[in-house]
Design a protein around this ligand. Structure first.
Ligand code: KMH
Ligand code: ZN
Length: 273
């Protein structure tokens, strides 16, 4: 089986130090967490950035500062900025990190409820706009899907030329408002993507490691990290993203999957270096 790509989603936009004091906010903290996750086996850092007080931002300058800090510590790691940002941000705000021409960025392929009164809005025209921008800038999108219909949206927009093949999907499973994270859900999602595509799985909260284990067995890839889950095991907060990456590495080893280096991940995903 292909080597396993581990993505570390180190801070997200929603979790705070109240959820886990190890959530990184500052450039230094983000650099530290990225470096530890990389050393533990992550080849991709999925990146949101914050102001020093924890407020989520899509500022191009802040992204540049954080990416520079990460690259200083781990020059070969793949940095994948979020274009999802935080609920309520405008498209222009969200697109700012693409101007830095990262190798990858996320492309969210649908709208969904996001808890309480929050709605994460991605209209068809938004997806087209973001897709076109990524093609123009040579950025490989990670197609974020929170439900099966979003796979169908991506397939349709791919046929129309807004997303290039082969597509790489991230199944975000267990968000209140998206698909649940039962084994049958993952089988359904993985069976719904076009031939030749790759996928990674982000299980939310307690779903993180059950979904990771399934993805490892199915030949998919795995995302772990504080953005999706702050616990190492029931009631035990992870001290660092690295602990979550280490746990994914242990599972992979048990199931006989080797861990991809960043360059091997580039090869698997068809990234230009
Ligand atoms: N923070 C969520 C509203 C992404 O990174 O592209 C969106 C998100 C998805 O996290
Ligand atoms: Zn994200």
């Amino acid at each position: 089986m292909e080597k396993l790509i581990i993505t570390a989603a180190i801070c997200g936009a929603e979790v705070t130090k109240e959820h886990n004091p190890a959530i990184p906010y500052t450039v230094q903290e983000i650099g530290d967490e990225a470096e530890k996750a990389y050393k533990a086996g992550a080849s991709i850092i999925h990146l949101h950035v914050r102001e020093d007080d924890g407020t989520p931002t899509q500022s191009k300058e802040r992204f540049k500062a954080c990416i520079d800090e990460i690259k200083k510590r781990c020059p070969d790691v793949i940095v994948q900025p979020s274009t999802g940002g935080a609920v309520g941000m405008t498209n222009a705000e969200r697109l700012q990190p693409t101007e830095l021409k990262p190798e990858m960025a996320t492309l969210d392929c649908g709208t969904c409820n996001f808890g309480g009164d929050e709605i994460f809005v991605n209209t068809e025209n938004t997806i087209k706009e973001f897709g076109e921008k990524m093609i123009a800038l040579g950025i490989k999108p990670e197609v974020e899907v929170f439900d099966k219909g979003m796979i169908d949206m991506a397939k349709r927009l791919c046929k129309k030329g807004y997303i290039k093949t082969p597509m790489h999907f991230n199944f975000v499973m267990g968000v209140n408002g998206g698909i649940s994270a039962e084994p049958r859900d993952l089988v359904f999602m993985a069976g719904s993507i076009p031939e030749g595509s790759t996928f990674t799985v982000s299980g939310i909260g307690r779903n993180q490691f059950p979904m990771a284990a399934m993805a490892i067995l199915m030949g998919g890839h795995v995302r772990v990290g504080f953005e999706d889950n702050v616990y190492l095991s029931k009631g035990v907060l992870a001290k660092s993203n690295a602990e979550l990456v280490e746990k994914a590495v242990r599972l992979a080893k048990e199931f006989g999957r080797e861990i991809a280096t960043p360059d091997e991940a580039r090869e698997i995903l068809g990234l230009k270096k």
